[in-house]
Write a protein that binds this ligand. Structure first.
Ligand code: SF4
Ligand code: FE
Length: 483
């Protein structure tokens, strides 16, 4: 079974026995939980679209390991064409779900671990690459969704992992056994963890030899004993409990994040991909972050397409679509969105082959891509709010709209142009609200800022990769400077 159907995916998650907590309660049935279900639907869409002939080229690939057709979300990129198709697939997914579809983190982790494990083995004679290829075979053959887990809680940011007052603030090995290791710690902001079969853990920063116990990469099933998931809140999350599909803005899809605790979790040897080779922790982080910064040049652009479309619809519904300033704002939104896409495509097209054989994006351009993402979606959201008007945050609920006494007032006074129902006007306003202020704002706004690394992390990489000295030489040569 190289490709699962959406239904098979849902049932495979249902069979798992995860320890999930939300609003102070243990969630026994996360699959049918109204707060969590939309996020599961978004991941499901990665399976559904892969079954559709019109999306086959973007959504599937031929495995370099098994030779079988696989979902592109489990692909080890074999060319710059693969890297470009990855970004196009993410834009498509963003357009179809208007949310974070979560499965990219695992894909980005696969490709970062793949090349890094190969290089560790070469330097240390270890067997991590062999372990990882076996693991990837399992992931691809079973079409699994994997949560890529990098961000540790980090405690006092001025101190290294081993210098923290609580040694568990970075995930670490607490026991070494013949057959594996026991780990303790936590990973924060884990996107899609309740919708994942496995969690692939990586270190979060570059490390020195004293941090040996913290330099660990591995994968285990999400329902492994000792893994506890604490679901994070999203703005307006409990609206999903009210049963109004208008008021939630996007009733079908969503994203989810959680704090994931590893309370003495056993990891067998064959699932370890880095264990104490501290000098490779930074390499792994840099590559994973690079791939995920590329990813944003696809997913956020697709969600941006939906937001721009919603703003344009509101302009139509309000009868202002011909106003020159509205046209100009829509042009600006498109310009910003396509600039982000250009960065995603550019860092892919400029990618190169690693020693292990898979393809890595151009790291400088991927960081430029993400740096723009920390800004442009905010401007796109600002312009969408400008065009939408204040009703986006003052409109009454669907219950009032349906109320026999109050409803007629809403129908009478919240009307726009003739021929467009008040209900449709409210639907589009709520979608804009959802994307800019509601549950999806996690994915479209704040995640644009902090996901795949906060802005300063990209600036450090840009300064490292920018090659200022070569630019100085160019200037010297043109100016005929002789030193
Ligand atoms: Fe994928 Fe974007 Fe969500 Fe990251 S933020 S998992 S790239 S959809
Ligand atoms: Fe993300």
């Amino acid at each position: 079974m190289a490709l699962m159907t959406g239904e098979q995916y849902i049932e495979s998650i249902r069979k798992m026995n995860m320890q999930i907590y939300m609003f102070g309660e243990k969630i026994e049935n996360a699959v049918d939980n109204p707060i969590l279900r939309p996020s599961l639907n978004s991941v499901r869409a990665t399976y559904d679209l892969a079954q559709m002939p019109e999306y086959e080229d973007l959504m599937t690939a031929t495995s370099s390991i098994t030779g079988e057709i696989i979902n592109r979300f489990t692909n080890i990129h074999q060319s710059t064409d693969d890297l470009i198709k990855k970004v196009k697939m993410q834009r498509l997914m963003g357009q179809k779900t208007a949310s974070c579809f979560q499965r990219c983190v695992g894909m980005d982790a696969f490709n970062a671990v793949y090349s890094t494990a190969y290089e560790i083995d070469k330097a240390h004679g270890t067997k991590y690459f062999e372990n990882f290829v076996e693991y990837m075979k399992y992931v691809q053959e079973n079409d699994l969704t994997v949560d890529g887990a990098m961000t540790d809680p980090k405690g006092d940011r001025s101190l290294s992992p081993s210098k923290q007052s609580d040694p568990d603030l970075y995930l670490r090995v607490v026991e070494r056994r013949e057959d594996g290791v026991v780990v303790r710690g936590a990973k924060a902001h884990q996107t899609g963890i309740t919708n994942s079969h496995e969690v692939l853990v990586m270190p979060t920063i570059a490390m020195s030899p004293e941090d040996k116990d913290y330099a660990i990469a591995f994968s285990v099933p999400v329902d492994t004993e000792g893994i506890i998931i604490i679901v994070g809140r999203q703005s307006c999350d409990t609206r999903k409990l009210e049963g109004s599909d208008i008021d939630v803005g996007n009733s079908e899809f969503g994203g989810m994040e959680a704090l994931v605790v590893f309370d003495d979790v056993f990891v067998p040897n064959e699932r370890i991909f880095l264990n104490g080779e501290t000098e490779f922790a930074g390499v792994l982080v840099e590559r994973f972050a690079g791939y995920h910064r590329q990813s944003y040049g696809g997913c956020k652009v697709g969600v941006g397409d939906v937001l721009i479309g919603a703003a344009a619809l509101m302009a139509d519904y309000n009868g202002v679509q011909k106003a020159s300033h509205i046209k100009d704002k829509l042009i600006e939104m498109i310009h910003l969105n396509e600039t982000l896409y250009s960065c995603g495509i550019a860092c892919s097209a400029e990618g190169h082959k690693t020693e292990s054989g898979n393809y890595l994006i151009d790291l400088l351009l991927a960081n430029v891509c993400k740096q723009n993402i920390t800004r442009f979606p905010y401007e796109i959201a600002r312009l969408a709010e400008d065009i939408a008007g204040g009703l986006m945050v003052t409109a009454p609920s669907e219950k009032d709209l349906r109320d026999p006494k109050i409803g007629p007032y809403i129908e009478k006074y919240l009307v726009g142009i003739e021929g467009v129902s008040v209900e449709n006007r409210l639907r589009v306003l709520r979608l804009i609200e959802n994307l800019t202020l509601g549950t999806a704002a996690v994915g479209y706004r704040t995640e644009s800022m902090h996901g795949a690394g906060s802005p300063q992390a990209q600036r450090i990489m840009i300064s490292r990769q920018g090659n200022l000295n070569a630019k100085k030489e160019l200037a010297k040569s043109i100016a005929k400077v002789n030193e």
